[in-house]
Unconditional design. Structure first.
Length: 366
């Protein structure tokens, strides 16, 4: 139990790692006894933050809670009302000894429920996360996922800033909801990709399997129902939404590994055959661009490789391209492909990259 108390204390101080958060959530969800332990201990932490220094608190409270735990374990039978009342009595005696009996009423059993759990992914990194309900989430570079402590019990609501691929576990009683700005997704059990970085002009929701409803929080008439291999594209400023047919697996390639990259080509050229892979357990650096402006492509490259890219030419920034890059390639490899196929030139100074047209270089030299 010492380890659990330390995890609760770390959560109280906002210092839990994602793995520790999952361990604590799993322990909390295991049974009602654990939930009462959490509630009482969290209440005690609140009081001692006010009344005592942290080192004095730790020395006194953890041994007391260990004594409570030993008593309850010795008398552990099938849980019923009688035993629940007896357990609370043991806790109350110890808490009253510390002068915190009143605090339990004000804290209640919603301390965990009301706390928000947050997972942030740095630029240049990716991560696979398993939520308390068993849903698997691949988080892309520069993304943030938040969910309440009550997730999996009274709701399955998450908030996303960035890009994530979801494999949602089925639960007819608790629909899964993803919110991002003014957009919300409502599903029961499905596989989909959502890309909604606040700094991007457009958000994209791509359905791989199952069905989902894309909702507009301000305009219910704009709600749409997606089918597999359909994509909703939303302008994050005007909130205009359109649906198009796509090969959904292309849009989750960033979670898979490929052996060879296609060249990045202008969209007026013939398109290469689309890949048909689905995500695997490990997250990879695979980028797919379908008629994207170069201004958007460089944003994705900046997030994937943690670099800064400058394009001064407006017409070049607005030029649209199609292609993909595999995980074995570095940012330099990708820049070479872009430059060779499109008469471009680039320079690298530290973590800053500048992309120009070749005729622009000749003009500067002359």
């Amino acid at each position: 139990m010492d380890n659990i108390f330390k995890l609760i204390k770390k959560q109280f101080n906002g210092a839990l790692t994602p793995n520790e958060e999952q361990e604590l959530q799993a322990w909390y969800n295991n049974n009602a006894n654990n939930q009462r332990t959490y509630t009482c201990y969290y209440a005690t932490l609140k009081l001692f933050r006010i009344k005592q220094k942290e080192k004095h608190f730790t020395a006194r409270v953890i041994p007391a809670y260990n004594r409570i735990y030993k008593i309850t374990r010795q008398k552990e039978y099938t849980i019923n009302r009688k035993h629940s009342i007896a357990w609370i009595g043991y806790v109350a005696i110890v808490l009253l000894a510390f002068g915190v009996g009143y605090l339990l009423k004000s804290t209640g059993e919603n301390s965990w429920d009301n706390s928000m759990q947050s997972i942030e992914i740095a630029y240049g990194s990716k991560s696979l996360v398993t939520l308390p309900d068993g849903t698997q989430v691949w988080l892309n570079s520069g993304s943030k996922l938040e969910y309440p402590g009550s997730f999996g019990r009274s709701n399955r609501n998450v908030t996303l800033k960035g890009e994530a691929y979801f494999e949602v576990s089925k639960n007819k009683e608790l629909p899964f909801r993803v919110s991002s700005g003014k957009i919300a997704i409502h599903v029961l059990g499905t596989k989909f990709n959502m890309k909604a970085y606040p700094e991007d002009e457009k958000a994209k929701i791509t359905l791989v399997e199952g069905s989902l409803a894309v909702e507009n929080n301000k305009n219910s008439k704009a709600n749409i129902l997606l089918k597999p291999n359909q994509q909703a594209v939303i302008n994050q400023k005007s909130e205009r939404m359109q649906v198009r047919n796509v090969i959904a697996s292309n849009y989750v390639m960033w979670t898979t590994s490929h052996s060879k990259s296609a060249a990045l080509s202008p969209t007026d050229n013939a398109k290469a055959p689309a890949a048909t892979c689905l995500p695997k357990a490990a997250a990879r650096n695979i980028l797919f661009f379908d008629e994207e402006p170069l201004s958007q492509i460089v944003k994705d490259l900046e997030r994937a490789f943690n670099v800064h890219i400058v394009i001064e030419d407006k017409t070049l920034r607005e030029k649209h391209f199609y292609g993909d890059f595999c995980n074995e390639e570095t940012i330099t490899d990708i820049l070479k492909i872009i430059a060779e196929k499109n008469s471009l030139y680039y320079t690298i100074k530290g973590d800053t990259i500048q992309i120009m047209k070749k005729n622009e270089i000749r003009n500067r030299v002359n």
